[in-house]
Design a protein around this ligand. Structure first.
Ligand SMILES: [Zn+2]
Ligand SMILES: [Zn+2]
Length: 127
């Protein structure tokens, strides 16, 4: 399979018995099933082993939209994380797999200190 963002090669990476996903060799984007993504959010240190791309590269490729699922070749939908609304991902309407740019998974996982701070201060500004 080819990476939908940069055309690089997607290689299979496994971590532990439950986690297996595709990762691009060029931009380090992750192509992952939703249930695997849930496992990754629970599992210790997955981001350090799996999400190894530089967030700067991820932010570049985050601008690439209208991508097609590398497995089904249909247009992927843009979805937003309900908690961390700055994180946009692409999801395939057919196989439901999700494409994350480099750094996005780490961002999702550390839900995040900054988001919590924003919650704390929301609505408390005078005036
Ligand atoms: Zn790529
Ligand atoms: Zn698909």
């Amino acid at each position: 399979m080819d990476c939908p963002k940069c055309g690089g090669y997607l290689e299979t990476k496994a971590y532990g018995p439950k986690i297996s996903l595709e990762r691009c060799r060029e931009c380090f984007g992750l192509f992952v099933a939703p249930d695997v993504l849930m496992e990754m959010r629970e599992e210790w240190m997955t981001e350090a082993f799996l999400d190894i791309g530089h967030p700067k590269i991820g932010r570049e490729y985050d601008k690439v939209c209208d991508i097609r699922c590398p497995a089904c070749h249909v247009s992927m939908d843009k979805i937003v994380d309900p908690v961390q609304t700055h994180i946009w991902m692409e999801a395939c309407p057919q196989c439901e797999k999700i494409f994350l740019d480099a750094g996005e998974f780490s961002d999702l996982k550390y839900e995040t200190f900054m988001d919590k701070i924003k919650d704390l201060f929301r609505g408390k500004r005078p005036g």
